[in-house]
Design a protein around this ligand. Structure first.
Ligand code: AMP
Length: 484
């Protein structure tokens, strides 16, 4: 499919796509839309950034346009479940944008905000409801929403949902849905627990897939700067002044770190905002809004806060801290180079982070070009690396990274007992092993030798990574979105 006109979508939808500037369907859209219009259940293996939201939103809107009935009070006709508040908000925005020439009632049911307005919105019934699982169940419990009239059900980012401990909530929600419905499941990976869930949830599903984020990595100009931890704040300010930046996402490993970086930049006269789990929903939305419309060029984020955020025109990603989970590096740098654009990813790497760098280079199967010295700074010799002082390499949520290189081997901290779904959006979502591209392409994996024991400035040459294998046996492999 080379054009949206070929799908046979309703005219008001085509009009809004035209206004959005969408000309060519992305690979996931080209495959998924005809299947959904044909009323099939679909499993889509795709990440944020591939155009997956429109892949399910457009056929849903088309279904609503073709079957115009008023939703009954306290019901919804299409239900989209998503793991985080931010992603839910973005999905709703997409529905509203694509459906702007139709009369569509839509609502958001997410945690962290008052339930009253949501109850009132649902009272007359809505066509489209986008929800996080915990809040949806609370609304269902108080009978503000009845789920027995759902015609189309979408489970988005299913692997993250499971990582975040939502499986029981999802099962409870599915039990409330009518048997007669169309079901779509989107996931970046297809580990066995998702396959199992899909077997129960979907009827004879068609499967479509786009290759994962690793392909994106090839388009990004990546650099490492080796430096002392104490020199990072100044180096960041220098980069922000020198680099030709449109919009930059700066990543820190902790919430506290994000606030500290913002304070440092502000002191230096550089406008910056932070977005992380300690901020209220309103603060997060305000920061995102200012970043999106260009009022603030620099947004400092933690991994969890940044997942699923889709802002166009991020020219740079700067890793103020290297992530202790290598897959997070791929997710972080994937925030740039969106929609076919090229991007720049610069990582500030202090001596104590060299093991993290080794893990990252192994995962992406390339040595990242580096400048600076990897020599251990004199003043920190004999000291504990800073992230260890703060609790054994813990991330934003006090959780340890996975047990590699002797890190993160402790039992998880108190967060372990806080698996209440209401708070799950704020919890760490540890990528699963399934995110990891396999090492069996016949090419030797990079072993990190450039950094081990080196004492001089390093300037490694980028090596291409092996192409990633399709995930899930027998699923068609489609190129990751390259052009838009
Ligand atoms: P998603 O993967 O749904 O988060 O979409 C990623 C971004 O691509 C969003 O900013 C969409 O607005 C944009 N997008 C989706 N489909 C298209 C398309 N066919 N042409 C151009 N942009 C698109």
């Amino acid at each position: 499919m080379n054009s949206f006109n070929e799908f046979g979508l309703a005219e008001p939808i085509l009009r809004s796509l035209n206004e959005e500037g969408y000309v060519t369907p992305t690979p996931i859209q080209a495959q998924t839309i005809p299947l959904l219009l044909g009323k099939r259940d679909v499993i889509g293996i795709a990440q944020t950034g591939t155009g997956k939201t429109a892949a399910f939103a457009l056929p849903i809107l088309n279904h609503l346009a073709a079957n115009r009935v008023r939703p009954q009070p306290k019901t919804c006709r299409a239900l989209v479940l998503s793991p985080t508040r931010e992603l839910s908000g973005q999905i709703l925005d997409s529905f509203r944008a694509y459906g702007r020439h139709m009369r569509i009632q839509s609502a958001l049911a997410i945690g962290g905000v008052n339930m009253g307005p949501q109850i009132r919105q649902l009272a007359h019934g809505v066509d489209v409801l986008v929800a996080t699982p915990g809040r949806l169940l609370d609304l269902a419990k108080s009978r503000a929403i009845l789920l027995d009239k759902v015609e189309v059900f979408v489970l988005d980012e299913a692997d993250r949902m499971l990582d975040m401990g939502f499986i029981h909530d999802i099962r409870k929600i599915i039990a409330k849905l009518p048997k007669e419905r169309q079901t779509l499941l989107f996931s970046a990976t297809m580990p066995s627990d998702i396959a199992e869930l899909a077997r129960h949830m979907l009827r004879d599903p068609a499967k479509v897939a786009v290759t994962p984020a690793a392909t994106t990595v090839e388009r990004i100009d990546q650099r490492i700067i080796h430096l002392d931890r104490g020199a990072k704040q100044k180096a960041l300010a220098d980069l922000l002044r020198q680099e030709p930046i449109d919009r930059v996402l700066v990543f820190t490993r902790t919430k506290h770190g994000a606030d500290k970086v913002v304070r440092g930049l502000n002191k230096d006269g550089i406008a910056a905002d932070a977005i992380h789990g300690n901020k209220s929903q309103n603060q997060r939305l305000r920061a995102l809004g200012a970043f999106r419309d260009g009022r603030v060029r620099t947004l400092v984020a933690t991994d969890i806060a940044a997942r699923g955020i889709d802002v166009e025109g991020v020219s740079h990603v700067i890793n103020f801290d290297l992530p202790n989970i290598p897959e997070s590096y791929v997710h972080r740098i994937g925030r740039t180079a969106r929609a076919g654009a090229d991007g720049v990813a610069i990582s500030l790497c202090s001596h104590d982070e060299l093991p993290y760098l080794r893990d990252i280079e192994k995962l992406i199967r390339m040595a990242i070009p580096a400048t600076g010295s990897v020599e251990k700074p004199r003043q920190s010799q004999g000291q504990q690396p800073q992230h260890n002082r703060n609790g054994g390499g813990r991330n934003e949520h006090g959780q340890n990274g996975r047990g590699q290189n002797g890190r993160g081997q402790h039992k998880r901290g108190k967060d372990r007992g806080q698996r209440h779904p209401q708070h799950a959006e704020r919890r760490g979502d540890q990528p699963k092993a399934g995110h990891k591209p396999r090492d069996n392409h016949g090419r030797p994996a990079y072993n990190g030798e450039n950094h081990a024991g080196a004492t001089k400035a390093v300037t490694a040459q980028a090596r291409p990574i092996a192409s990633t294998q399709p995930i899930g046996g027998g699923i068609a492999n489609v190129a990751f979105l390259q052009q838009r």
